[in-house]
Design a protein around this ligand. Structure first.
Ligand SMILES: [Zn+2]
Length: 89
């Protein structure tokens, strides 16, 4: 399952375990077990952003996909099916 993440302090569904930055999540599908597994992937990805920087600036400004995807985020299932707002793309 794919999920789009976007740093947000208003609609945060999960937080980075390193810097505490909140992230809004836009899901491709909703399924409890898949959600739990994907949240672990998100946490891993957020931690990987901190290889070079320790603060919240380590995370991308724009929305990004977990798992990584080679196309534009706007065309991902997660963005379309999750009704990601245009400001997140
Ligand atoms: Zn962080």
């Amino acid at each position: 399952m794919q999920v789009m993440c976007k740093s947000s302090n208003q609609e945060a569904e999960t937080c980075c375990s390193v810097c505490g930055q909140g992230f809004a999540l836009y899901w491709e599908r909703q399924n409890k077990m898949e959600r739990a597994a994907t949240l672990k992937e998100v946490a891993k990805t957020l931690r990987s952003h901190h290889k070079k920087q320790a603060g919240p600036e380590a995370h991308p400004d724009r929305g990004f996909l977990v798992p990584e995807w080679n196309g534009p985020a706007a065309f991902s299932g997660a963005a379309i099916l999750g009704n990601a707002p245009s400001w997140a793309l």
